[in-house]
Design a protein around this ligand. Structure first.
Ligand code: TRP
Length: 358
């Protein structure tokens, strides 16, 4: 059997989530263990993780734990996939986690050639205000830049002693220097909150980032002198773009971005891949297929929060009562409303962004 590796820096996304979960020994996400699950959890978008029990225990017993994630500032737009990551961070923040969100500017410099200056500008003008507009509580979140965090960088040198070349080849299939530096730094991002306080931590990310979690756990195990808890992780499915590509991409396809204008929304939604039939008559007779419909994917993951409303729409689409044109109109309306509100919060957050960084 061909060896399977996930390349976290490629945009090829694993098609079959279950296969990946089995192959790499991920746990199935069990919703019963998490109080007041968010939409991504209750709708089956969150599907697996590592060491989730220790985190649910911290939540239930009100013990300290942290949530941490990082995002590369590779683009000056954020797509809806970023909303999923931040939604997950918000869930754990609301449930008592100390919260860290970092700008992976050194990783972007090493792996994508983005200057630190450009990254800083993007993060301050777009990324961080967007995270706040999505609902992250800025007063309870520690934001940092990899390039400005000495503690994290210094830890990465210490931890580099714990990794081997063979391990790199096994995990990543590759050991280019830029990747070695970025992944050790990420391990250090992930573990550093424990330098101050020994506590479990959870890392919400896309499944493409699991190799870094495996490396972090291996290194944490070997770094006896630190006595680290192995980091937990939680994975959600990607938000597909409107043309049906599994992951929204910053460069191709038909992706929706946070802060898109009314016109952009209209244009993109009207070209969306739907589960409709070839002709109107056929659709009225046979109904559409919501499972192949990108608008339903958006309704389910982000736009329709009321379960009953969603169920009814699915039923009516399947029966042919709701047609594509109506569905598109509704998606446009919901998205425009969402974006209007989002834009206001973003403008507010932007004014104060300096205050949130120390
Ligand atoms: N590698 C992540 C990305 O490609 C960014 C990242 C850096 C990160 N450090 C992290 C994610 C720590 C989670 C935890 O976007």
């Amino acid at each position: 059997m061909a060896k399977m590796v996930i390349d976290p820096w490629s945009s090829n996304i694993p098609e079959d989530y279950k296969k990946i979960a089995d192959k790499f020994g991920l746990e199935k996400f069990n919703i019963e263990e998490f109080p007041e699950p968010n939409l991504l959890m209750s709708r089956g978008i969150v599907f697996s993780g590592r060491d989730l029990k220790i985190i649910s225990k911290c939540i239930k017993e009100k013990k300290p734990f942290y949530v941490l994630t990082g995002i590369m500032p590779t683009a000056d737009k954020l797509h809806f996939g970023t909303k999923s990551v931040i939604d997950q961070v918000i869930y754990f923040q609301k449930n008592g986690a100390e919260t860290y969100v970092l700008v992976a500017d050194l990783e972007a410099a090493a792996t994508r050639g983005i200057s630190l200056k450009e990254a800083k500008k993007r993060a301050m003008e777009i990324h961080i205000p967007c995270y706040i507009a999505l609902g992250l509580d800025p007063k309870k979140t520690k934001f940092y830049f990899q390039s400005e965090n000495d503690e994290v960088r210094n830890l990465s040198y210490v931890l580099s002693r714990k990794a081997t070349l063979n391990e790199y080849k096994a995990i990543y299939g590759n050991a280019e220097p830029a990747r070695i530096m970025s992944s050790i730094l990420q391990v250090s991002d992930i573990l550093h909150p424990q330098l101050k306080k020994k506590m479990p931590g959870i890392i919400p990310i896309g499944i493409d980032q699991d190799p870094h979690i495996r490396l972090s756990r291996d290194i944490a195990k070997r770094a006896h002198e630190f006595n680290f808890f192995l980091p937990s992780s939680i994975y959600h499915k990607f938000v597909p773009d409107l043309s049906g590509n599994l992951k929204m991409s910053k460069s191709e396809g038909n992706s929706l971005y946070l802060l898109d204008t009314d016109e952009e929304i209209k244009k993109k939604v009207s070209k969306a891949l739907t589960g409709g039939q070839k002709t109107l008559d056929e659709q009225k007779k046979k109904g559409g297929n919501p499972d192949k419909d990108m608008l339903f994917e958006l309704f389910k993951q982000h736009l329709i929060t009321d379960d009953k409303e969603l169920e009814k729409r699915i039923k009516d689409y399947k029966s042919g009562k709701i047609l594509d044109s109506e569905n598109k109109e509704y998606a446009i309306k919901l998205l425009q409303k969402y974006m209007k509100d989002f834009r206001e919060k973003y403008n507010e957050a932007r004014k104060d962004v300096d205050k949130y960084l120390d």
